[in-house]
Design a binder for this molecule. Structure first.
Ligand SMILES: NC(=O)c1ccc[n+]([C@@H]2O[C@H](COP(=O)([O-])OP(=O)(O)OC[C@H]3O[C@@H](n4cnc5c(N)ncnc54)[C@H](OP(=O)(O)O)[C@@H]3O)[C@@H](O)[C@H]2O)c1
Length: 197
């Protein structure tokens, strides 16, 4: 398969690209590099598909919103996770529906917190919104194209950057297998966590 991985230089995306590369042709995209896209800019999504051409699958692991206090004084700062991660992935699906080959797939990334933590409210909103979107949009995907989300918990490699214990996180290689299952398997309209869901 020809598989477009958006966010392929990141912690999760690089592990997903590495997991798929032995069996597939992987095209790596992000805001920097040979294939460029900014999920917050829908014109750049169109330009990316024009550059890459038809693909069998798209995986998105990009554009985190970060943690923002509920009472942040700056509205733009509070809402910044919305443009790339939520609206960006929705726009990606709407474009991919016309560009992915028959019987292909689109796999998005949501995420989950073990419990609410300060600054996580927008993340909860974005992740729940994405998962609801996938559930609702799956029945409208044309030509047998499957649509799923992967919902990672904290990734081991990310936790030290946040001053948290890496032992409590999932290794990126482990969550990469969940993305590979989404691409190579039969799931449709689902949120996959790798924990039997
Ligand atoms: N790491 C975790 O513990 C964790 C847990 C749960 C969910 N998640 C979610 O998983 C996704 C990936 O997380 P990560 O930790 O792998 O992130 P990361 O290491 O920061 O990597 C992000 C990747 O996305 C690209 N990117 C960032 N903004 C973009 C944009 N607007 N358009 C296109 N590409 C963009 C980055 O490259 P450029 O800078 O070159 O664009 C990079 O390749 C995020 O949605 C995050 O919320 C992560």
């Amino acid at each position: 398969m020809k598989i477009l991985v958006i966010g392929a230089t990141g912690t999760i995306g690089s592990a997903v690209a590495a997991a798929l590369e032995p069996r597939h042709e992987v095209v790596r995209a992000s805001r920097r590099g040979d294939v460029r896209v900014d999920l917050a800019d829908v014109a750049s999504i169109d330009a990316m598909f024009a550059q890459v051409g038809a693909v069998d699958a798209v995986v998105v692991a990009a554009a985190s919103g970060g943690l923002t206090p509920l009472e942040a004084p700056d509205d733009a700062n509070f809402w910044r996770g919305l443009d790339g991660k939520l609206i960006g992935q929705v726009n990606l699906v709407r474009r991919a529906a016309a560009r992915v080959r028959d019987g292909g797939s689109v796999t998005l990334t949501s995420g989950r917190f073990a419990a609410p933590m300060p600054g996580s409210s927008l993340g909860h909103l974005v992740n729940a919104g994405l998962e609801a979107f996938v559930h609702g949009a799956a029945i409208e995907m044309p030509r047998g194209i499957r649509l799923n989300a992967v919902s990672p918990g904290w990734i081991r490699e990310t936790l030290p950057e946040l001053g948290m214990d890496p032992a409590t996180g999932t290794p990126a290689t482990e969550i990469a297998r969940v993305y590979a299952d989404a691409v190579e398997g039969t799931a449709h309209g689902r949120t996959l966590t790798g924990a039997g869901t």
